[in-house]
Ligand binder design. Structure first.
Ligand code: ZN
Length: 172
């Protein structure tokens, strides 16, 4: 099945009334904010979205998004490719959700002056939130310089135990 481009903006109330589903992509050149925090965005964002009205009458937007990005490894400084993925669960009826005591069950999406939801913005927020706090290669997969050691670990050992250095000398 050919992937369709996700619409940039949707009226979520109408989309929910029609129970619209989208399975498509957002072109990577539209992910400018994400591109600003990583080294390179490597792929389009794959996006699934469903609009519905739930049992409490809330307009709900559920879905998932994924994208591949390249960052700098914070351990070795080499490029590090990363697959981002996010699941989300929004409603546009913040007041109603709070009145029902359901504010913890949803994120709240704001609509623009035309009552439309900026889907690109929402997906980009989710992908940025899914970035790990510290981006590193998996343990043991960093390219280390010849004979290199993890500088930080060595320093910590030396500080906490001055004899560690002696022990090391003896062994060698
Ligand atoms: Zn690394």
């Amino acid at each position: 099945m050919q992937k369709v481009k996700i619409p940039h903006k949707v009226d979520p109330v109408r989309a929910a009334a029609k129970k619209l589903d989208y399975d498509g992509y957002i072109p990577r050149d539209k992910l400018e904010r994400l591109a600003g925090v990583v080294e390179t965005v490597l792929s389009d964002a794959e996006v699934r979205l469903s609009f519905s009205v739930d049992l409490q009458g809330l307009t709900v937007i559920e879905g998932s998004a994924g994208a591949a990005v390249k960052c700098e490894c914070q351990r070795c400084g080499d490029p590090c490719e990363l697959g981002l993925s996010a699941d989300f669960h929004y409603t546009v009826d913040e007041k109603k959700a709070r009145d029902l005591g359901l504010e913890d069950d949803y994120d709240f999406a704001d609509l623009d002056e035309f009552g439309e939801l900026d889907i690109y913005n929402l997906v980009e927020d989710e992908l940025m939130l899914s970035l790990p706090m510290v981006i590193m290669h998996p343990e043991g997969e960093c390219e280390m310089p010849e004979g290199g050691v993890y500088g930080k670990i060595v320093t910590e050992n030396t500080e906490s135990n001055p004899f560690a250095v002696l022990g090391k000398l003896k062994k060698s």
